[in-house]
Ligand binder design. Structure first.
Ligand code: NAD
Length: 399
């Protein structure tokens, strides 16, 4: 159980690029990083594309005025001159900026925590992965839902064979908030999401389904996709070629099959984010809208609801517990859990503690690479007329 006591020797000096006053995701980063005051200290930022607004915002959240910078280039250069300069930076800007900012941060000697989808292409990720290795730095990816600790109980149950052999994987991340194009015209965060120059080769496949795909890999690390078929649509025509709805069929190497539905036009749906794993003995089902509960369904027996924090859960799951079973946890604690693991990974990297790095379960650059490859494969399949594509070789698969 976590109680705020330190897990690393001292808090890391942390800064942000983006995540300013009008940014959607910036506060989630700060909730995650600053939860316990023992992992990160926010000391600097280039918070906004508008320098004046960024400075005003930074000062209002407690950053010294002289360390609220007009842009990330100035921040990296000025912070490098200080003895107490930045050690790690989070990137919470639109997708199309991640690669350049990440590269500049690594060249400035910083560890990086970056938003998803990491970059546009897997070649870019491989290049940055090599650069991070050369510089001895961590690159973490904020799959923000993946810190929900019941996912670790699912992982333990699958590993121990408690649901038998996995046969079917059902993934869904849908909502209805963009069922019309109203937001595309007036909402800054929605405008760039449907612009391929800034969003990249996909909309909901990258924006939503990369989360769910990573979470499925967290639960079933040994389950590799052999081939997939994707069918994507732009129900709001002006969003084409970017999809606002997509279906993906998956075949796994172990013979299991899977299906993912992602959509932002699921009208009326407030949060359709779920993972169902069907094994030969039993099934597990988790919904983001009920993060404190895990359904465990054994064929022929009454359905069980496993509750967060109870002693019958796996040790790995309860190690991330904060509030106790009487109280509800959710997205804030999930972000706090992944940020704490980023801090532990960075600290281990700084100390050369390879054992910790080898055993820590958190979304690292390999998770970011998998997410980008997921998008690439989905887009390649869909754009060839929804054909099966081989996941590893990125070639058309023999049916
Ligand atoms: P947004 O448009 O709401 O906010 C972007 C922020 O970045 C704004 O504050 C903007 O001023 C700032 N910005 C843009 N370019 C900048 C630059 N060059 N330098 C400094 N600041 C800059 O976008 P958002 O919805 O917050 O999304 C940002 C990223 O976070 C995207 O990659 C998105 O996919 C991701 N995201 C992730 C989650 C999650 O759960 N992990 C949730 C939402 C968004």
């Amino acid at each position: 159980m976590l109680n705020g006591e330190k897990k690393i020797a001292r808090p890391l000096r942390w800064g942000m690029v983006g995540g300013g006053r009008l940014g959607q995701v910036g506060y989630k980063h700060r909730i995650g990083a600053l939860r316990d005051n023992t992992a990160f200290q926010l000391v600097a930022g280039a918070f906004d594309i508008d320098p004046a607004r960024g400075k005003d915002f930074g000062v209002n959240i407690g950053v010294s005025e002289d360390r609220c910078y007009p842009n990330y280039e100035t921040m990296f250069a000025e912070e490098a001159k200080r003895k107490d300069g930045l050690e790690v930076v989070s990137i919470a800007t639109p997708n199309g900026t991640h690669y350049e900012i990440c590269k500049a941060a690594l060249h400035a000697g910083l560890h990086v925590i970056c938003e998803k989808p990491l970059f546009f292409t897997s070649d870019e990720v491989l290049e940055i992965k090599a650069l991070a290795e050369e510089k001895g730095k961590i690159v973490g990816v904020t799959y923000g839902f993946s810190g929900n600790q019941l996912l670790l109980h699912m992982r333990a149950m699958v590993e121990k064979g408690e649901i038998g052999d996995v046969r079917v994987v059902e993934l869904q991340y849908t909502h209805g908030f963009n069922a019309t194009d109203d937001g595309d015209k007036v909402n800054a965060a929605q405008k760039w999401r449907v612009d391929p120059k800034i969003a990249g080769p996909s909309y909901v496949l990258g924006d939503l389904s990369t989360h769910t795909y990573y979470m499925s890999q967290l639960i079933m690390p040994k389950m590799k996709i052999k081939k997939l078929l994707c069918d994507r649509q732009s129900f709001i025509g002006s969003r084409a070629p970017l999809e606002d709805n997509a279906y993906v069929l998956m075949h796994y190497e172990n013979g299991a099959v899977g299906r993912l539905w992602t959509s932002s036009i699921d009208a009326g749906c407030m949060d359709g984010h779920r993972i169902r794993i069907v094994g030969s003995k039993a099934s597990l089902e988790w919904w983001d809208s009920k993060p404190n509960e895990l359904r465990y369904e054994v064929q022929g027996q009454p359905i069980q609801t496993l509750i967060r924090s109870m002693p019958y859960l796996d040790e790995s799951c309860n190690a991330d517990e904060r509030l106790g079973a009487l109280h509800q946890e959710g997205l804030s604690e999930s972000w706090s859990n992944i940020y704490l693991k980023f801090a532990i990974a960075i600290d281990a990297k700084m100390r050369g503690d390879q054992e910790t790095l080898d055993t820590l379960v958190y979304p690292d650059i390999n998770a970011g690479l998998e997410g980008v490859r997921w998008i690439e494969n989905c887009v390649r399949s869909a754009d060839q007329g929804s054909v099966w594509v081989d996941f590893e070789s990125n070639k058309e698969a023999a049916l």
